[in-house]
Design a binder for this molecule. Structure first.
Ligand code: FPP
Length: 239
């Protein structure tokens, strides 16, 4: 595939873990654990393609309303997976960032996340944004409130700079797995012009071949950014 047709930023709603587990008469948390394995495969595949930014939705602001055991399991899974995988991610040159509110997270977990960000800060191979305790509406309100408190005029440019994804560019491609067709409060501002790709594959089964299908679909799209032709689109959106 021509690199010019590769997305420079992929965002993924990793949906279907629970159904994957339930189909196998396993607890939902077993699906989330397999979801971590799928994420490792997709990270490696993105590295192989030279995709500079990958952003994944690991825990939404709304996920707190799930059963207590599932919530605590997801919090623990982040902690365990991070401790287990951090060295390998660092070795591969991956820069880790955690986007989301710290509200409700244990200070010890926040410290683990900040340490991982600090350790990998200078890595250049790929940025991996993990959205945890994240919601698109929270992101917009939080950015606007900080701008207002600082007396900064609220413009598209100042908002872009204040949102948690900055300085990464907006996603070119948003993938949602699990046969659901919603944004579910993920990167609402930043996905304004993202190409949307929905896969019926449940996230734990999503692999390099499934990613390639998404990349092929993306390569076949004509991005117009509200204009009439692709060529006029290239000047329509700031880098
Ligand atoms: C949605 O599937 C998935 C989540 C709420 C959690 C996603 C988390 C992972 C893939 C694990 C990787 C995360 C870490 C720790 C980095 P669902 O539970 O809504 O599935 P369902 O729609 O089948 O019920």
């Amino acid at each position: 595939m021509k690199s010019a047709k590769l997305p420079q930023h992929i965002a993924i709603v990793m949906d279907g873990n629970g159904r994957w587990a339930q189909k196998r008469h396993m607890p939902r948390l077993a699906g989330h654990k397999r979801g971590v394995d799928a994420l490792k495969v997709v990270i490696q595949a993105c590295l192989g393609h030279g995709i500079p930014v990958l952003t994944v939705f690991a825990f939404s602001s709304e996920n707190w309303s799930r059963p207590t055991g599932e919530v605590s399991g997801l919090l623990e899974l982040l902690n365990v997976a991070l401790r287990r995988e951090l060295a390998a991610l660092h070795d591969r040159g991956i820069r880790l960032r955690f986007l989301g509110s710290q509200h409700g997270l244990a200070p010890e977990l926040c410290a683990v996340l900040r340490d991982a960000e600090q350790l990998t800060h200078a890595n250049q191979a790929m940025v991996l944004n993990i959205c945890f305790n994240y919601g698109g509406r929270w992101d917009i309100v939080d950015a606007a409130a900080r701008l207002a408190a600082a007396g900064t005029p609220i413009t598209e440019m100042s908002m872009n700079a204040a949102l948690s994804l900055a300085p990464c560019p907006d996603p070119d491609l948003l993938i949602r797995t699990g046969d659901e067709y919603r944004l579910s409060n993920f990167l609402l501002w930043q996905c304004a012009y993202s190409e949307l790709y929905f896969s019926s594959v449940l996230w734990p089964d999503f692999d390099a071949a499934a990613l390639d299908l998404a990349l092929e679909a993306y390569a076949s799209r004509e991005r117009r950014f509200g204009r009439t032709t692709q060529s006029s689109a290239s000047s329509a959106v700031p880098a």
